[in-house]
Design a protein around this ligand. Sequence first.
Ligand code: UDP
Length: 400
Amino acid sequence: MQMSNPAEKKPHAVLIPYSVQGHINPLFGLAKLLHHRGFHITFVHTEYNYKRLFNSRGLKAFDGSPDFHFETIPDGLPLTDEVVNVTQDLAPLSKSVRENFLLPFRELLARLHDSAIAGHIPPVTGLVSDYSLTFTTQAAQEITLPILLFSTASASSLLSILQIRILSDKGLISLKDRIPTMKNFRPNHFIRTTDPNNFIVKSIIDMADSVLKAPTTVINTYEELETEAFKALSSMLPSVCPIGPFPSFLNQSPQNHLESLASNLWKEDTECLEWLKSKEPNSVVYVNFGSITVMSPEKLLEFAWGLANSKRPFLWIIRPDLVIGGSVILSSEFVNEISDRSLIASWCSQEQVLNHPSIGGFLTHCGWNSTIESICAGVPMVCWPFFADQPTNCRNICNE
Ligand code: UDP
């Protein structure tokens, strides 16, 4: 099909996330906002996640608008017969991102170029890349394409990442060092290892390197929320812009712009929204530990009885892969104790839940998306951070 109408020659942005839920969602939000502002969009998933999206949402996951396209690249990990409905193991995924993503991404850009020459799509005007994907900068440089880096972490966490890089260069990194320009913050809030080959350390150094070199970095946050961190970042980076919070902007777009397109990799339970309707305003504790956090069966039981003994209604999302070592068995004693006032589900539309009037509080692992979504919904948080930027977010939620 040729593009006949020159008005269809829109600016064309190619967006590529790191392939886990907490990175896909905010970049997908940005894709929708750019589309709303007149961009032609190409959104790049790994083949694995594309299949997961198809399994969870069917064809409607990709069927929103002719100028919002999806493309896939392989993730370079061993193929499995069936798509397992879990977050891929981060260490091999991060290694594969470093080693295997450049080639297929380069080929994808070449295909898009050919397609534009044939008049099927507008020429690509720029890339928006997750800040943890270093190969995208190389691919963009090779064909002199402008690139924007998108930080899925908060400004404070990005600052920590840059400072950890600097301390590590100076050979100063120790678990007890304090981060200059960040009160009371130490690297061990972020990294709990003394192994320099730990994949989180390596990923942090990679991310810092690409952000330090990037012409512009944008963050899903707003300046009033992180004033000090922005001041410090502005003195270190060529250009850094707060462009969030996305949940508020997306809620303001008219008529649920591209409503059928969504990015949740798990099938959402809708019954919980019905159940919430039966509850008093501000009465329900919502419990969700995001897409990656795991815990021991003992810890899960501790939470279970803590929630039961609170005597409050709660909605608890227990992902199938939340508990280390497999399935969850909650005793009939526990089930009897909570069944008339609580609900357990395996995944939900978190933003819909947080914005439900019955929700009164959020027990969270402090992922940055969960944090910003909770702030936008005006829901107070109780924090149980697990790893990566979560302790930093927790500290900011509780102390700042
Ligand atoms: N999410 C969701 N339903 C769930 C759990 C999570 O929609 O049951 C979404 C949540 O709204 C957020 C993302 O998944 O956008 C999780 O990102 P976050 O940064 O909070 O945590 P991560 O999963 O990266 O640890």
